[in-house]
Design a binder for this molecule. Sequence first.
Ligand SMILES: Cc1cc2nc3c(=O)[nH]c(=O)nc-3n(C[C@H](O)[C@H](O)[C@H](O)COP(=O)(O)O)c2cc1C
Length: 274
Amino acid sequence: MSLFKIDQKKCKRDGICAAECPAQIIVQADKKSFPSLLDNSEEFCFNCGHCVAVCPYGALTLSTMPLVACPPIQKELLPDADTVKNFLQARRSIRQYKDKVVSRKLLAEMIDTARYAHTASNAQEVHWTVFQNPGDVRKLAGMVVDFTKIILPVITDVERAKRMQRLVDAWADGKDRVMRGAPHLIVVHSPADQPFPTTDCAIALTYLELYAFSKGLGTCWAGYFTLAAVMHEPLMKVLDLPAGHKCFGAVMVGYPKFRYHRIPMRNKPPISWR
Ligand SMILES: Cc1cc2nc3c(=O)[nH]c(=O)nc-3n(C[C@H](O)[C@H](O)[C@H](O)COP(=O)(O)O)c2cc1C
């Protein structure tokens, strides 16, 4: 089956798909011809779907991307710039959670939205491990504390060592500064040999965090966990990631206990205009 199919009744020969194709494998000789694929070029298609998405007439499909699987953009639902700016400025890292679990349906919906995050070469190699059970999240926090105790004696950065010591002391005092008492943890991992796995995973988690905020949920990056997840054998065993995969990030998830009423200050961006 050919990868590329043009419905000649719908195609207006406007040349948009050929101009848009990032791999430049769609060609159109002139305004009288229909677009087509360059000979022997299918292997260079990275299935980004731009050709399908950009055609105003639904004239083009890929065998990997039927039109029914590519719904129209609901333009009336797109937020205006002020709405987006206010939304982005209002998101906060949440460290106080209600004693209430998030449904599996909603956790799945968050990941289903985050899968639309962009990835280098459209690799889409962002994998997810979801710890749904609050008891398991607490156990993971304990393992991170164990790891912190092990590495503390070799930390030479005094300030960092102080922060880590506080984390250990808090745990001994019954306070969880690792997972902040969040009921759930969502971990992202990717084959480590991808071109940009750290970036792909961070962008996907950012999508997830923003969507979570829009759904009234709270999230916070689990930085201590992410460090331990690539260095602490017992934790790596529990994570049990597929061979060749590495953890590139994790976020705590739950219902926030408090609401925010102001946007805190942030530094002026150091920009060098050239
Ligand atoms: C990579 C990364 C790791 C982080 N790790 C932690 C963490 O382990 N614990 C925590 O409470 N917050 C963590 N945070 C949250 C930051 O402290 C927070 O984003 C920052 O203070 C700004 O606050 P805001 O997110 O509310 O704007 C992390 C954030 C990032 C981006």
